[in-house]
Design a protein around this ligand. Structure first.
Ligand code: SPD
Length: 359
């Protein structure tokens, strides 16, 4: 019996020592096993040095995953499996997540850097009072074109995309609301139209654009346009800014008949396990110097008024990428159209993609 007790004590001491060594190894990296933060963000949408700096300052280890559309993000979160602590969706997706009880209300007392956000980007209809989200980046959607490759053609309307001289020359952003939206807005309808007759009309009009569409692509759209592998792109303004930084021959316009102004905000989903760390991360990203560093790296427009002071006038003074309210007040913000209608937009987009492949 004495021997059994001795063996039991030895096993107990060995297990304890093993736990101690593992914990030492973790803490020597500055991490404790449970102290992680799982971040789910768009691709190419953060300066990796800032993740390192956040880890160094807080001792929290960041696990980072990316998505390429709001729809892909929503599907992954709905399927569960990963306990995301931070997600960065857009306007209508935030409203949908809020309506479906997928978000945790933010504790503003833990985000003092919220005071640096320009009031223009706070209290927007998709999240009044910023109960669930804080601004990260914002922008518009428009046409980027290479004047040399289009031989001087001007783009003063969405309809110009249908010009038969542009056969096989257009790259489009891989996003349902944007692509179906171009069909709608070119017909004079709202980007938030829910009339199925109008949506079918928009789909038929988009099918007529098929011969001009070279590809529907994700983040590689930036490299392809900067390398002049296509003459025209339908892009988010931030991508246009990055492309034009690489290749200053190109130009970006927002067609006057209408387009979208969009907002990507940071939220804490109900899957979060490290709500305290998530607030620390949000406050860190809203620090003016960090937000400015992130803006220089990512290339999109920052809503952080204090960060603008750290950025060169050449970036912040470019009205194509920092348009004033005189421009954005005439643009539409995508609304949460409800599960059935969002599904309908996704179906039309898929059908358009299949129509293009068959053509
Ligand atoms: N590569 C980062 C892309 C982020 C774009 N967000 C815009 C969403 C518009 N609905």
């Amino acid at each position: 019996m004495k021997k059994v007790m001795q063996a039991f004590i030895m096993v107990f001491i060995a297990a304890f020592a093993l736990i101690g060594v593992a914990s030492y190894l973790n803490s020597s990296n500055g991490y404790s096993g449970a102290n992680t933060l799982t971040v789910y963000n768009w691709g190419d949408y953060i300066d990796p040095d800032l993740i390192d700096e956040f880890q160094r300052q807080t001792g929290i280890r960041v696990v980072y995953e990316t998505f390429d559309s709001n729809e892909a993000m929503l599907t992954k979160i709905a399927h569960g499996g990963t306990a995301f602590d931070i997600v960065i969706p857009s306007d209508y997706a935030i409203n949908k997540m809020k309506a479906e009880g997928m978000l945790i209300p933010l504790d503003h007392s833990k985000i003092p850097n919220l005071e640096h956000i320009d009031l223009r980007f706070l209290d927007l209809p998709f999240d009044e009072g910023n109960i669930y989200s804080v601004p990260y980046f914002w922008g518009t959607m428009g046409i980027i074109y290479n004047p040399e490759l289009v031989r001087g053609k001007e783009f003063s309307s969405w309809d110009d995309l249908w010009d038969e001289e542009l056969a096989g020359q257009i790259l489009m952003v891989d996003s349902a609301r944007e692509v179906v939206g171009i069909g709608l807005v070119s017909l004079g309808y709202s980007l938030n139209d829910t009339d199925t007759e109008h949506l079918q009309e928009a789909y038929r009009k988009l099918c007529g654009l098929t011969p001009n569409v070279k590809a529907i692509v994700g983040d590689e759209i930036k490299m392809l346009l900067a390398n002049e592998e296509a003459a025209v792109g339908v892009v988010w303004s931030g991508d246009a800014a990055i492309i034009m930084d690489e290749n200053d021959k190109l130009d970006y316009v927002i067609p006057p008949e209408g387009s979208m102004v969009w907002f990507d905000n940071i939220v804490i989903p109900t899957t979060a396990r490290n709500v305290e760390g998530a607030h620390q991360f949000i406050n860190f990203m809203l620090d003016p110097a960090d937000a400015a560093q992130n803006t220089e790296y990512v290339g999109y427009a920052t809503p952080n008024a204090a960060a603008l002071e750290h950025l060169p006038e050449e970036i912040t003074g470019d009205e194509r990428f920092y348009p004033g309210p005189d421009v954005t007040d005439n643009l539409e913000v995508l609304a949460n159209l409800g599960k059935r209608m969002l599904g309908y937009y996704n179906e039309l987009f898929l059908e358009f993609k299949m129509h293009r492949k068959r053509a």
